[in-house]
Design a protein around this ligand. Sequence first.
Ligand code: ZN
Length: 335
Amino acid sequence: MLLDALQARELFKLALERRFAVLAVNVDSPAAITDCLEAARRTQAPIILEASLWQLNGHSFGAGDALTGMARFIAQLAVLAASKRYGNVPVVYHTDHIKGPQTLEILSAAIRGLPVKFGETEARLRASTLSLDSSELSEAENIATINQLCQVAAETGVEVTLEMEAGVDEGLTPLEVAERLLGSVEREHPGKVYLWAPGVGTRHGLGEQSAFSADAVAQHQAFASELTGRPIGIVLHGSSGLSQASLQAAVQAGVCKVNWSSESLLVRSRAAQEYYATHAAELEPAHPRWKAAAMDDGLQSYIAQRYVPVVMERIRLLGGSGMATLLLERLGVSA
Ligand SMILES: [Zn+2]
């Protein structure tokens, strides 16, 4: 079940209440989308799938056009999420790391809905939740962009659920920054930001994460919730190199969305590397199993067998197992 903006808010509220975090996997291919849904199905967990600008532009989705890429990503997800197999998996489509001159155009389209036509019928594909990559923006630009997105939603007559970020790779974000950023948006457009991604000592990539501070998470969670008058969940960027103990401490301190990218990519690329190294004979056209080995299904099934258990383990570590049922009950959807 693909969640909309309001249903996603319920997910984040539930996560904070029950102290679990939703795994947010940054996926770069249709096969990875299927694998993540499979891992969520087997653990009965909600899951977030997100893509960055370069993936929307990449060959597997937009082939050079980010808007086409986003439409294709959401369409794939919508079809799978409505299928019998994955109908009970609550899934959020989130826009991750969108930056540069196209930011406003792409995110506005994600709010208004990307039109997909089939004969006389037109569907509009919307993101469940949104964020933008503020790493190259000033505070004023970050605030202005978030406010513009709220304005687009108001003009379109739709709800929007936002993640706002600040200096996620730059050490610990001072609470004054949270006050300026969240406070400014809250005064203009109250009730739209539900996720806050301050710097808490982690960095994107595979390096070690000794600077992580669970105390910073707890302080930001309490501060942001007090400032806005509603529960605000903290988002952890750069979780790949973090120890299990730190991840669990982060969740206890108020992290409700854990972005996972580098390590996920490494598991998939290592499996692909292994597949080609161990299937050289089958990949020769004279081999009786050549077609099965050469088709995308050969490679992707091999990767899935190795990747799905790792995603399941990550979901369990963050406390997400079994939470799908609870959320569906709360949404009034019978599982
Ligand atoms: Zn990130």
